[in-house]
Design a protein around this ligand. Structure first.
Ligand code: SF4
Length: 412
């Protein structure tokens, strides 16, 4: 009998064979973790299997099974046929930050910064913001989760306020129609808490960018490279808040991820959101559970349409995987291409990769004119979301032989 993993989607429970999970040793900002298990070891669901050396976060087994292989990049666990509902709890502690660190919580919205370290600062009188923007198009798991679990997010904000000694809690969400039910649920959950409120972001991309949130909600313009701490605030994605609550209340390690599957699916209407997918599950399992996808496609994207990366059926779900998207076929553009990079969308490397898939030749590259060197060799956007016209840049690229333009910019 094959091992089964229960995947809970908006349309109910779906059983799919998992067989094995492959857990990358680097699922966060920092270096790869060091395994603390060996090949052949029996592991329980929730057992600690790798620890950080320096900046990083604990990694726990997402299934019960046997360690099948182990290399520098990952640990593969062959899952038992019978998977327990329960899990090995993290060690008992009254120290909330310690619990968050033990559970291996990292920013689930994509960045993957270790949350226990992020919350190591005091914000007396400051702000804790739950980022509920779910900014990338198509992705929907955060919004659907909040519709039924708004109270969990409010509790998460309260815990982070307690840890950081902040006085104010905010849940930041876009006002679009699709979010109406989630907004109502959040407002209802906040009505019992004087210090936590729902605030609306502009309905644009990249409203979920931390500097945009601080600008729109607090009126503070952070410079490129500055963190929300400069505005006496800390921002955590809503799924991160959920993981904080689970770590503190249930002593549950981060062993699952919520994921949206979308794009060229045969059954695009149903089953596209999966809650509590075991980390390490391959994309193929979730694509199959979504009804499969059309064979004629461009690539399987890991993440959202703007900032996602090239993935494959064999790519594993990690603590930061938000989307699995099957993209339309690449246009066959065997022409000369100019590219315009954007900090909040696709950058040069990604655009070059797409140009290559199209069979095009990149003849010139420009960054959006708002991207400036932050002094550390990294280009950052001066004013995310206030996107300029790119006519001047387009003329430059044309002058350098570009017949068509490939752009990662958000709004032009
Ligand atoms: S201003 Fe330019 S770099 Fe900044 S978000 Fe807009 S397009 Fe991207």
């Amino acid at each position: 009998m094959e091992a089964a993993v229960k995947l809970e989607s908006k349309i109910g429970l779906i059983e799919k064979p998992a067989g094995k999970v492959v857990l990358p040793l680097k699922q966060h900002v920092g270096g790869p973790c060091k395994p603390v298990v060996g090949v052949g070891d029996l592991v329980e669901r929730g057992q600690l299997i790798a620890v950080p050396e320096g900046l990083g976060a604990n990694i726990h087994a997402s299934v019960k099974g046997v360690v099948e292989s182990l290399d520098e990049g990952s640990i593969a666990i062959k899952a038992d046929a019978d998977q327990p509902e329960d899990f090995v709890k993290i060690k008992e502690t009254d120290d909330l930050v310690e619990a968050i660190k033990e559970a291996g919580v990292v920013g689930a919205g994509g960045a993957g910064f270790p949350t226990g370290i992020k919350l190591g600062t005091k914000l007396a009188g400051g702000y804790v913001i739950a980022n509920a923007a779910e900014c990338e198009p198509i992705l929907d798991h955060n919004i659907l989760y909040m519709e039924d679990n708004a109270d969990v997010i409010v509790r998460g904000v309260k815990y982070v306020m307690e840890v950081t000694e902040a006085a104010n809690g905010i849940i930041a969400i876009k006002p679009k129609i699709h979010n109406k039910k989630a907004i109502e649920a959040l407002k209802k959950a906040c009505s019992k808490e004087k210090s936590v409120e729902v605030k609306l972001l502009p309905d644009m991309y990249p409203a979920g960018d931390e500097r945009v949130i601080i600008r729109e909600l607090m009126g503070v313009e952070l410079k490129p490279g500055q963190l929300p701490l400069e505005a006496n605030a800390v921002i955590c994605n809503v799924e991160t808040m959920k993981n904080i609550v689970w770590a503190i209340e249930d002593r549950r390690p981060v062993i699952t991820k919520d994921v949206t599957v979308g794009g060229r699916l045969k059954d695009a209407k149903n089953g596209k959101v999966f809650f509590n997918v075991p980390i390490g599950t391959d994309f193929e399992t979730l694509l199959d559970a979504s009804g499969g996808y059309y064979g004629h496609y461009g690539e399987i994207v890991a993440g959202g349409p703007f900032t996602g990366k090239k993935g494959s059926e064999q790519t594993s779900v990690t603590k930061t995987t938000g989307g699995i998207l099957v993209a339309m076929p690449f246009p066959n553009e065997k022409r000369k291409v100019g590219i315009i990079a954007c900090e909040c969308g696709a950058q040069e490397e990604r655009l070059r990769q797409i140009a290559e898939e199209m069979g095009a030749e990149v003849v010139a590259e420009k960054k959006c004119k708002r991207m400036k060197d932050d002094g550390r060799g990294r280009y950052r956007c001066e004013l995310p979301g206030s996107c300029p016209g790119q006519a001047e840049t387009v003329l430059y690229l044309k002058k350098h032989g570009a017949e068509v333009i490939l752009t990662g910019t958000c709004q032009d």
